[in-house]
Design a protein around this ligand. Structure first.
Ligand code: ATP
Ligand code: SF4
Ligand code: MG
Length: 327
């Protein structure tokens, strides 16, 4: 069956006084139904830009120059504002890094949790009961008595739980989560990841999960896309990519021991070399300034995606050669 979300050859620029920043280049990525897809990459690689573009939360200076984002077969980029509004908070919802982005500071949790169910059937008291139940499931103690509280009366970790409860109350088909655990301590992060996994399975939704944390991706995701300087350089099944990374950038990220990735490494390892400027047009491979294997062709030609395994593709000229050799 066709994927729930199909991002196809997406290109996005930001207009700035210094020129156009090419923040997304030829990004193609599918999110299958009921699967969790991780997006990893260094700061500035375009992860949030991609997540926000899916949600239609584009900055004023953003310009989609090519591509499509099909959600349940309809293009989110060409849809009317009204069509998009009817999807948001119904089929599509989002969790942000900072929970206060989604919460209104001057309204009680109760009124916000009831409002978010405006697409759902049922009376106010039924919606209140659902809110209590969901708060209970995300681990808010004594939820009945906490409903009347304001967001500032919760700790940061509790506020993120409230946001997850709200995002899942709408029973979305797709939940977009942009670094939902980055602001939390490691213990809370583990709890939230397990919670997301349980609720995802129960609701049967898909998640697009943006993270710096390879361990969290290994834990939560079925698939992963590795971004570098606005491009997806490698993507596929988490199992395959973590065991057998093909792109030199992914290899560098995963070079440290997998046990450490699962447990303590919360940030991506640092790779020597300079990240290219995103200003202006680019020829050649985007990773070549930091790649130990770069050769002539990498300067002249941007690699296409090569299929490596059943469920793994990567953009690197070396893979094309290997394929020719093994063919
Ligand atoms: P982080 O891990 O730090 O959150 P990211 O991968 O989410 O990074 P983005 O926030 O998507 O990266 O940014 C991608 C690039 O686009 C960066 O170079 C950033 O400076 C630039 N950028 C983002 N928003 C704008 C904007 N509104 N105007 C100009 N440039 C922008
Ligand atoms: Fe390195 Fe060339 Fe492959 Fe790019 S195409 S990752 S520069 S070997
Ligand atoms: Mg970001």
């Amino acid at each position: 069956s066709r994927p729930l979300l199909e991002i196809c050859d997406l290109n996005l620029d930001f207009g700035t006084p210094r020129g156009r920043i090419h923040a997304l280049r030829n990004v193609s990525l599918d999110v299958p139904a009921a699967q969790v897809v991780g997006i990893v990459g260094e700061s500035g690689s375009g992860k949030s830009t991609l997540a926000y573009t899916v949600m239609g939360l584009l900055a004023e200076n953003a310009d989609v120059t090519a591509g499509s984002i099909l959600f349940e077969g309809r293009d989110l980029l060409t849809m009317t504002a009204q069509g998009r509004r009817s999807l948001l908070g119904d089929r599509l919802s989002m969790i942000f890094q900072d929970p206060m982005t989604a919460l209104n500071p001057v309204r009680t949790i109760e009124s916000q949790m009831i409002d978010i169910q405006h697409h759902e059937q049922g009376s106010r008291s039924e919606k209140r009961a659902r809110a209590v139940d969901m708060l209970h499931r995300v681990g808010i103690p004594d939820p009945k008595n906490r409903l009347g509280a304001y967001p500032h009366q919760f700790s940061g970790g509790m506020r993120q739980r409230v946001c997850i409860a709200m995002a899942l109350l709408v029973k979305p088909a797709l939940l977009v989560a942009d670094e939902p655990t980055t602001a939390l301590d490691a213990t809370l992060e583990v709890q939230i990841i397990h919670l997301l996994k349980d609720l995802q399975k129960e609701i049967g939704c898909s998640i697009l999960f943006v993270s710096h944390h390879l361990g969290a991706v290994a834990e939560l995701c079925d698939r992963v896309a590795v971004m570098y300087a606005g491009e997806v350089v490698e993507q596929g099944a988490v199992r395959d990519i973590f065991r057998n990374p093909a792109h030199p950038y992914t290899r560098a990220l995963l070079e440290c021991d997998p046990g450490r990735i699962r447990k303590s490494t919360r940030t991506l390892p640092t790779i020597p070399g300079e990240v290219p400027s995103l200003l202006g047009a680019k020829v050649g491979c985007i990773f070549r300034t930091r790649c130990q294997h770069a050769f002539d062709r990498c300067v002249q030609e941007n690699p296409v995606e090569y299929r490596i395994g059943v469920d793994q593709v990567a953009r690197c000229h070396l893979l094309g050669q290997e394929r020719l050799v093994s063919a």
